[in-house]
Every structure is written in C-alpha cells, then in structure tokens.
Design a protein around this ligand. Structure first.
Ligand SMILES: N[C@@H](CCC(=O)N[C@@H](CS)C(=O)NCC(=O)O)C(=O)O
Length: 198
C-alpha cells in the first residue's frame, strides 16, 4: 500500500499515528505536496488532497476518516472507533474534532491570503472562535482523560499540535488548560515525535 501524505497536514498525521499505533507494516509513505498537483496524486485522488491511501489492488481510499476507519477495521479489530451503533456520543466527538481540523485548515488558508492582502477579518474571527469554543467543549467532555487510547484522542493531539504549528497566536491553553496538560503527556509518545509537523 502507498500513503500520500504531507508533513504539515494534520489529517495525514492522524493516519500516520494510527499506522504506528496499530503496528501496521507494508505501507510506503510518500511525501507529497498537494499544491504541486502532481500526476501521481491526481490519479489516485481527483480532489488533489492528502492523505490518500492507495491499496495493493490499485484502488484508493480518501478522505482521512475513510482511511482511519479502514485501518482500524482491517488491522485494529475496531479498537479505535469502537462499535458505531453503541457510541453515538463518541461519533459526535469525532465529528467535532474533524470540524475543528477543518476550521484550523480554513484559518491557514486565510493566513495564506494575507500574503496577497486578501485575508478576511470576518472569516478569520469566525474560525478562531469556532476553535476556541470547540476546544472548551472538548475540555468539558473529559474525553482526553480516558485511559483507553481512542481515535478521538489521536485526532485531538494532531489538531492541538497543528494549531501550535500554524496558529501560535491562538491562546487555546487559556480556555482548555486540562487539554494542555494532557497534550504535554501525550506528546511523549514515540509516534508523536516521529510525525511532528514541519
Ligand atoms: N477532509 C479531508 C481534508 C484533507 C485536506 O484538506 N488536506 C489538505 C492538506 S492539510 C490538502 O490536501 N489541501 C490541498 C487542497 O485543498 O487542494 C480529509 O479529512 O482528508
């Protein structure tokens, strides 16, 4: 199998963490800048986005959620997502974190527009507020406190470190101090250190 990923992409990092956590071998990780519009990526994902997992039969899986569910189902016996029918609240927490990843990514796009003098204060503020509100909500659910490693925790760690990487000015630790403490522990995992955004 072949995983198209980029080092900066938090969605790619979630997948790379799961590969390491489940001890999956036989995936060739191919670093790819989606903005280059390389033929290799466009052939497997018409959206031109990473991550994308090409299976051994040539077919491909995207986006990150589909890849994560596939890996958990095929290699993890569902240990990360759990049994869907019985965990609707957990599913919503996953959706919240995924939505926050989208807000952080959209905020990055605003940041890039600033270089062209086209940043929108309205959208910048809206994405920032969504991030702060969402993290405060996650803090209150206590999901980071569970001892069992879940897909929510993996994606949350990727989200928080992506915010630090791209949006250091966002003072999220003030609204979610328990998450900050949790991240400082979680960050010690070898898989976290091996997949730092750059
Ligand atoms: N919903 C997608 C989002 C993937 C995504 O937006 N990836 C970014 C990198 S962080 C990308 O490839 N951007 C290129 C583009 O938007 O054209 C997922 O969960 O995989």
């Amino acid at each position: 199998m072949k995983l198209f990923y980029s080092d900066a992409s938090p969605y790619s990092r979630c997948v790379r963490l799961v590969i390491r956590h489940l001890g999956i071998t036989g995936i060739d990780e191919v670093i790819t800048n989606p903005l280059d519009n390389g033929e290799d990526l466009l052939e497997v994902n018409p959206l031109g986005k990473v991550p994308c997992l090409q299976l051994n039969d040539g077919s491909s899986l995207f986006d990150s959620e589909v890849i994560l569910r596939y890996l958990d189902c095929e290699f993890g016996e569902g240990q990360l997502f759990g049994i869907r029918e019985h965990n609707w609240i957990g599913e919503s927490h996953f959706s919240l974190i995924k939505g926050l990843l989208d807000s952080a990514d959209a905020l990055r796009q605003e940041q890039m527009r600033q270089e062209e003098g086209k940043r929108s204060p309205f959208w910048t503020g809206r994405f920032e507020q969504a991030l702060l509100r969402g993290l405060q909500h996650i803090e209150q659910t206590g999901l980071a406190m569970s001892r069992d490693l879940s897909i929510q925790q993996i994606c949350l760690a990727c989200l928080l470190e992506y915010i630090d990487f791209r949006h250091g000015e966002l003072e999220w630790r003030k609204v979610a101090p328990a998450l900050a403490l949790w991240l400082s522990e979680f960050d010690r995992l070898p898989a976290m250190q091996a997949t730092r955004p750059k």
